[in-house]
Write a protein that binds this ligand. Structure first.
Ligand SMILES: Cc1cc2nc3c(=O)[nH]c(=O)nc-3n(C[C@H](O)[C@H](O)[C@H](O)COP(=O)(O)O)c2cc1C
Length: 190
């Protein structure tokens, strides 16, 4: 069982990264054979062009790192995403990545037959961090991921919503660390 973490923050060692590591530690503790983190900022991911070629073929026409990331998603038992809030939304890196999930679907937003066996009921979870003390500032990010999960009948593991500003400041938020760890445990518990 592999648990995949996908980091949308460009700030390596920052707040989202720390919470994502906590979640992966929880997954390991719960018995995951492997945990892996993909740092989107270190990959080349172009925006979706809406060319619709993937609707027919199941393969994206853009040749960049998303094809490799797609393989990791397919292989993962659960995928935990982490993004800070940038202007009341997810980061550009995370949005480009999420839009490229189009490749998994046909023209009716049903799973491509090719991917259905691995994607149906795939477990996904989310960690958000915002500078605002009101963590609901991140609601639009939760809405994006949760609605995607609901529409496609993936298994929604839940969200951890934290608040922090300076790089690494989240280490003093024991509640957020615990919640992220528990999200990882849940991800790896059948
Ligand atoms: C470009 C940019 C835009 C931001 N916009 C918001 C925002 O709209 N609301 C908010 O609460 N925090 C905002 N922040 C603050 C970050 O969400 C906050 O610093 C967070 O801790 C960064 O997480 P990270 O360490 O994982 O990168 C913004 C930060 C940046 C760099």
């Amino acid at each position: 069982m592999k648990i995949l973490g996908v980091l949308g923050s460009p700030r390596i060692g920052g707040n989202s990264d720390i919470l994502l590591s906590q979640a992966l530690a929880g997954a390991k503790e719960a018995g995951a054979d492997a945990v892996e983190k993909i740092i989107l900022d270190r990959r080349r991911i172009a925006g979706c062009k809406d060319c619709k070629k993937c609707n027919k073929t199941g393969f994206c026409a853009i040749k960049d790192d998303m094809a490799d990331i797609q393989k990791h998603i397919l292989d993962a038992y659960a995928v935990i995403h982490a993004s800070p809030v940038y202007f009341w939304s997810m980061t550009a890196q995370m949005k480009a990545y999420l839009d490229r999930w189009c490749v998994f679907f046909d023209a009716d937003w049903k799973w491509q037959k090719l991917y259905y066996p691995k994607m149906r009921a795939k477990r996904i979870g989310l960690i958000t961090v915002c500078g605002d003390i009101n963590t609901h500032t991140a609601d639009p990010i939760v809405h994006s991921f949760k609605t995607t999960a609901e529409m496609t009948k993936m298994t929604w593991l839940g969200e951890v919503m934290a608040s922090a500003n300076e790089k690494g400041e989240i280490v003093s938020d024991n509640m957020a660390l615990k919640q992220a760890f528990e999200l990882g445990v849940k991800a790896a518990t059948p």
